[in-house]
Design a protein around this ligand. Structure first.
Ligand SMILES: Cc1cc2nc3c(=O)[nH]c(=O)nc-3n(C[C@H](O)[C@H](O)[C@H](O)COP(=O)(O)O)c2cc1C
Ligand code: SF4
Length: 502
């Protein structure tokens, strides 16, 4: 890492150290790093956790929390004079309505969500015992890196962060790069409303994820690994720190593992925005190509994977690629589904890729009330009506249905929720979280939200340009956020035309 890069990448760390953007802090960090004060200020204002360090209680405004009474919680805090702020998502839909205190620790009264019961046959088995034996890493030493890469390819493992990109392909690409410096980055920024599976992995099976990360580093040829964990996941971070201590020299003798906290920006889950954040900049997505596999962190080849993707790896190495593949129904492997909303037992369930909504909800104890719609993969996936309840929950089938697997954070809505409201909450989320660098996304998010608000207030023609605006956003945005930001509205209009005056 060059000196300037090293200094700049400390900006966010120092902002955190100094308690956020308080008077004089930007100037002080400028003196410490040589980064101009205006630049430090510009970085700080991008991230809510450092720009508003004294926000008090943070109350989640994600879809599930809205449905489960976050507005009442806000009203109660107001009535009691408790300092608070409404935030986009806290990744605790299992405990909705979710809130965290000043130290970002959960203060929800609801108990944590359920898990699939302990079953050692499951590839990830979140309810099982997490062990620091690192048997899969030892097997890699025995069989060699090429055999492990062949197993990952044979497993058909698709990235679990949203895009479903074949893991073996990406690993091979970084392995082929000849640069002497390469990095592995774990994407633990999980901020998509409806999604909390990665948090459960880090809290319940940190060694599983760390072992997958270590195997990825061996295959890639990296000796430094970054784990970028969202700042609101303090318990997950502590769990990983404990696990790293337990792992001791098994990892520390050859791999430099650095846990870096996110600072409250959903867009930093996008891989290139995450790299910008790690480099101490505003988390604005880069144009691709070049891809991070070639030009990633500090300009070096970088292998980035989602937490769940890496948690699948130890079982693939130990039991074989074909075994893992056979755990799926319509696509390869088992999958962690976060599910919340109008179902009996919110939680994270490990089921074959390709189960249906009904099968998943059965595992979660059944529906509450009369279901009318579900969001299959976070806010980005929009909504599907119950006529899609038999669609296999896999990457291809959901894409064919006009939605997406995304983060597999499912939210079920019953007939107490107006779809106009549900769509509005989704639009507000994207408007708040757009990084603002593309005009179609920055302006389009606002235009769509304002139009829907006018419609809800009685203007029957307010949505007449929705499709055109959505098209411009899809075509003209750099990253996935702007491309799908209209989906909560367009999918709701398509499947529930009567609610939208059709
Ligand atoms: C707006 C946006 C947000 C994203 N957020 C996340 C996230 O929180 N976690 C994640 O793993 N991937 C997220 N992704 C996907 C990443 O860009 C990337 O594809 C992923 O980390 C690659 O890992 P995988 O191949 O293991 O899925 C996001 C993508 C977009 C466009
Ligand atoms: S599409 Fe939106 S979030 Fe993505 S880079 Fe452009 S402005 Fe930023």
């Amino acid at each position: 890492m060059e000196k300037t890069g090293a200094q700049r990448s400390r900006v966010l760390e120092l902002l955190e150290h100094h308690g956020g953007l308080k008077p004089g802090v930007a100037e002080q960090i400028s003196r410490e790093t040589g980064v101009p004060a205006a630049d430090v200020y510009g970085v700080a204002t991008f991230y809510t956790l450092v720009s508003r360090p004294d926000a008090g209680v943070r109350v989640c405004q994600g879809l599930t929390c809205k449905m489960k009474g976050s507005d009442d919680l806000v009203a109660d805090l107001e009535a009691r004079g408790v300092k608070h702020e409404q935030v986009s998502c806290l990744g605790q839909c299992d405990r909705a309505p979710a809130a965290v205190d000043e130290k970002l620790l959960p203060i929800s009264i609801a108990p944590p969500g359920e898990l699939t019961p302990n079953d050692p046959e499951l590839p990830m088995n979140l309810a099982g015992r997490d062990s620091a034996d690192y048997a899969a890493l030892a097997k890699l030493e025995e069989v060699g890196v090429d055999a492990v890469l062949a197993a990952i390819n044979a497993s058909g493992l698709q990235g679990r962060g949203g895009a479903g990109f074949p893991a073996g392909f990406k690993w091979g690409a970084v392995r082929r790069e000849t640069s002497p410096t390469k990095y592995v980055v774990v994407n633990a920024d999980e901020s998509e409303p409806g999604t909390f599976k990665d948090r459960m992995v880090m809290e319940r099976r940190p060694h599983l994820m760390l072992e997958g990360m270590a195997i990825a580093a061996k295959v890639a040829g990296a000796d430094v690994a970054y784990i970028y964990v969202r700042g609101e996941y303090q318990e997950a971070k502590q769990s990983m720190e404990r696990a790293l201590e337990e792992a001791g020299e098994t990892l520390s003798s050859w791999l430099d593992v650095r846990i870096v906290e996110g600072h409250g920006a959903y867009i930093c889950g996008e891989e290139t925005a995450l790299l910008e954040a790690l480099e101490g900049k505003r988390g604005m997505p880069r144009l691709k190509p070049p891809y991070p596999t070639q030009v990633g962190l500090f300009g070096q080849p970088t292998l980035m994977n989602n937490v769940e993707t890496l948690a699948c790896v130890p079982s693939i190495v130990l039991r074989g690629g074909e075994w893992f593949k056979a755990q799926g129904k319509t696509e390869a492997g088992s999958k962690l589904f976060s599910i919340s909303g109008h179902i009996q037992n919110p939680g994270v369930y490990e089921l074959p890729l390709g189960v249906t909504l009904d099968e998943l909800v059965e595992a979660a104890g059944g529906y509450v009330g009369t279901p009318i719609a579900f969001s299959p993969g976070g806010a980005s996936a929009g909504f599907l009506p119950m006529s899609f309840r038999d669609t296999p929950l896999d990457f291809k089938s959901l894409q064919a249905a006009g939605s997406m697997m995304g983060s597999s954070g499912l939210v079920v809505l019953n007939d107490t929720i107006p779809m106009t409201k549900a769509a509005l909450w989704g639009l507000i989320f994207f408007e708040d979280e757009s990084c603002g660098q593309c005009t179609p996304c920055r302006v389009g998010c606002k235009v769509q939200r304002q139009a829907l608000e006018r419609f809800i207030d009685g203007d029957a023609d307010a949505l007449s340009h929705t499709e055109d605006v959505a098209w411009e956003m899809e075509e003209g945005s750099i990253c996935g956020l702007g491309q799908v930001a209209s989906w909560p509205l367009t999918t709701a209009m398509k499947h529930f035309p009567k609610e939208f005056g059709g």
